[in-house]
Design a protein around this ligand. Structure first.
Ligand code: SF4
Length: 387
């Protein structure tokens, strides 16, 4: 049994559970169905509850989603967290139905640019206080506040994330609101470890929600997550976790099973050795999908991308497959090749450069052509270096 001394974080109450302090690490997941499809989302929540979730997150982007959320919250047996996207004003409508509100400082920056960020945060705080909710400041590597990016070296993606989180902690603290936690997510487990370790050193009292975003499909997505969690949780960092996997809706409970298994293994001292070549070779990152996915065919597409690119296993290539425009354009910028899905077509990219828009059927052969091109480039560089 590993003796883990947890960071002395403060306790944050979320409905009838609490995270932080000496509370067990809570395991959560997110509904991936379209929120306004009430029967599908009710079923999704049930699947995740049955798997043993402590908390379930639901995304809300529109007034119709709010109507659905109100309905779903009536039958949920675990606390609900809502994911506010650009439309932070929806907090007024959703807070009465949930126990926690997650906002992304990067998205808050872009919406209503004529308003100060502190005014937007004040509106959120006012509503969560009136409705007895907690907050998560959810910073994501693909959507960091551009003002923070400009403050640091171009190759430093972690400092802007931390600066953004700290700014928002300060805003909440100044308003006297302390019932919050923070997340710093990246698709690279090494970055997740670094960001959370640095943040925890600076603010050991703030509870952390851990996750590797767009970890992809099992088993790779599980391995990436395990790598990050093993290092952080064994160092006492982390108060709640989410495993993000690209899975069919009916299998979403696996995010909870995997999360609990990883925790159990860490506490039992069962660490998995990380192969020396882990992190090299083909790396496919894909988002776990959520209610904003614009075409459910995305999940099948992600699996097919992995299938048809297996022949490139030995090459250091990153391919990102993303479910929608919210995080798709940003996340694919950093990959060698990226696909982000729109309702009827898929945007294919080479780094930040657009290659074209293709139907779900057309995009796979196009992707293969691009993979071949990248392989030829890598081979040429190797020949060049050898001569
Ligand atoms: S990229 Fe879009 S569909 Fe995928 S998890 Fe993020 S918001 Fe949801």
């Amino acid at each position: 049994m590993t003796n883990i001394k947890r960071n002395p974080t403060r306790t944050v109450k979320i409905g009838d559970i609490s995270i932080g302090g000496t509370n067990p690490i809570a395991v959560q997941s997110m509904a991936a169905t379209r929120t306004q499809d009430i029967p599908a989302t009710l079923h999704q929540v049930e699947v995740i509850e049955k798997a043993g979730a402590d908390l379930i997150r639901i995304a809300v982007d529109s007034p119709r989603d709010v109507v659905a959320l109100a309905e779903i919250s009536k039958s949920a047996t675990v606390p609900l967290s809502v994911d506010l996207q650009e439309n932070y004003r929806l907090v007024q409508k959703v807070a009465p139905h949930v126990q926690k509100v997650r906002y992304n400082p990067g998205h808050l920056y872009h919406h209503e640019r004529n308003k100060s960020v502190s005014d937007k945060v004040a509106l959120i705080v006012d509503q969560v206080e009136k409705n007895d909710c907690a907050i998560r400041i959810g910073v994501n590597c693909g959507s960091v506040d551009p003002d923070k990016i400009g403050l640091f070296a171009e190759d430093d993606s972690i400092s802007p994330m931390i600066a953004s989180a700290l700014e928002h902690c300060e805003l909440l603290d100044k308003s006297g609101f302390t019932r919050y936690c923070v997340s710093l997510k990246d698709s690279d487990p090494a970055n997740v470890v670094e960001a959370n370790t640095r943040f925890a050193k600076e603010c050991p009292h703030i509870p952390l929600h851990l996750g590797v975003t767009e970890a992809g499909m099992p088993p790779e997505g599980v391995i990436k997550t395990r790598i990050a969690f093993e290092q952080l949780i064994s160092a006492g960092i982390g108060d709640t976790i989410r495993v993000s996997l690209t899975l069919p809706f009916d299998d979403k409970g696996d995010e909870i099973h995997v999360g609990r298994q990883i925790l159990e293994d860490i506490y039992a001292g069962r660490f998995r050795s990380v192969p020396a070549n882990m992190g090299s070779g083909l790396n496919i990152i894909s988002c776990p999908s959520c209610s904003r996915v614009e075409n459910e065919a995305f999940i099948e597409l992600a699996h097919k991308v992995r299938e048809i690119t297996q022949y490139a296993n030995q090459y250091n290539l990153t391919i990102a497959v993303m479910g929608c425009r919210v995080n798709g354009p940003g996340e694919t910028d950093d990959a060698d090749l990226g696909l982000w899905c729109a309702p009827n077509f898929v945007n294919l990219k080479r780094g930040p450069e657009e290659i074209g828009k293709y139907t779900y059927d057309e995009v796979l052969p196009k992707l293969k052509e691009e993979v071949d091109r990248q392989i030829s480039k890598i081979n040429l560089i190797e020949i060049d270096q050898a001569t």
